[in-house]
Design a protein around this ligand. Structure first.
Ligand code: FES
Length: 307
């Protein structure tokens, strides 16, 4: 066993994944924090909670809309490269570049809205991701201009450069989504960690009236709100980035009791965990409750969350 450990130690300095190491360093590099703080602050200020912000986050779709929008531009630009390499009709390439450029605006608007409410490490990677994509956009705009003014060869060169830079932007976007879980549902697993059936939670008398508290079911934290003889229970970790919902504020939205996450303001309906306002796009797992004659509160996951 010791020999095996020694062998692994000896191999450690040799790295196979320089790109991942580089991005890991980027996550922890504070050099970009000043512009990040400023830009994120401006976006949040100019885009207050409301329908436009919810739309850009993708609340209506149930997940962020930035990634699928980005696929449109990337797809158009990749297809342009194929047309250029095969000497196809230049009008088709121009149409694809134009479509990719036009689609970049809503893509960027959705992306910067999501980015403005991420953790700092995610924002650092996102900042470089955005810079790469803006550079790609500039290169494709230049490519289109050259093509429209009869300089096809120069236009193709700029397009290939643009594709390389857009590829870098896409790689960083993938890092944010899959390594840093930006945009992922951070509460998805909660209901699956609770065994089926009813579970004892606490005594009704031990719950404060009208004030949210956290209670544990094994190692799972639950948001619990009691109003007189009614009790509502949600997963405590916010589906956006796992903020502690029990530390949030109770509010009434469209006649429904809601909890507002203390970290970035996601608003969930307390009765069923539905998203009322983003940045969260995924519903908060809700639990069914019942109160026994002796005042014991029991919970079980909503069947729809574990089916
Ligand atoms: S963690 Fe971001 S809104 Fe809850």
């Amino acid at each position: 066993m010791d020999d095996a450990i020694e062998t692994r130690k000896a191999r450690k300095p040799w790295r196979l994944r320089p790109s991942v190491d580089l991005v890991d360093h980027l996550e922890h590099a504070p050099a970009l924090d000043r512009p990040i703080l400023r830009i994120a602050g401006i976006v949040r200020e100019r885009l207050p909670t409301g329908r436009l912000r919810d739309t850009l986050h993708g609340v209506f779709a149930g997940h962020p809309i930035h990634p699928p929008l980005a696929m449109i531009s990337l797809g158009c630009w990749f297809s342009t490269a194929v047309l250029d390499l095969t000497d196809a009709d230049p009008r088709a390439a121009r149409a694809l570049i134009t479509t990719g450029i036009a689609n970049a605006l809503p893509t960027a608007a959705a992306g910067i809205t999501d980015w403005s409410v991420l953790h700092r490490e995610q924002q650092r990677v996102g900042f470089v991701h955005a810079a790469a994509n803006l550079t790609a956009l500039g290169l494709y705009s230049g490519s289109l201009y050259l093509r429209l003014t009869g300089r096809e060869r120069g236009g193709r060169t700029l397009a290939f450069l643009g594709l390389a830079v857009a590829g870098l932007g896409g790689y960083l976007g993938g890092h944010m989504a899959f390594r840093q879980a930006a945009g992922a549902n951070h509460a998805e697993s909660v209901a699956h960690l609770v065994p089926l059936g009813w579970h004892d939670l606490c005594q009704l008398a031990d719950l404060p009236n009208g004030r949210p508290v956290v209670r544990r079911l094994g190692y799972i934290a639950l948001f619990v709100l009691r109003r007189d003889d009614e009790v509502w229970v949600l997963a405590d970790q916010c589906s956006h980035l796992a903020g502690p919902l029990h530390q949030g504020r109770i509010a009434v939205e469209a006649g429904d009791q809601c909890i507002i996450c203390p970290w970035h303001g996601s608003t969930f309906r307390i009765t069923d965990g539905a998203v009322v306002h983003g940045p969260a796009t995924a519903r908060q797992p809700a639990f069914q409750t019942r109160i026994l004659d002796d005042g014991l509160v029991q919970v079980r996951p909503e069947p729809s969350d574990v089916d």
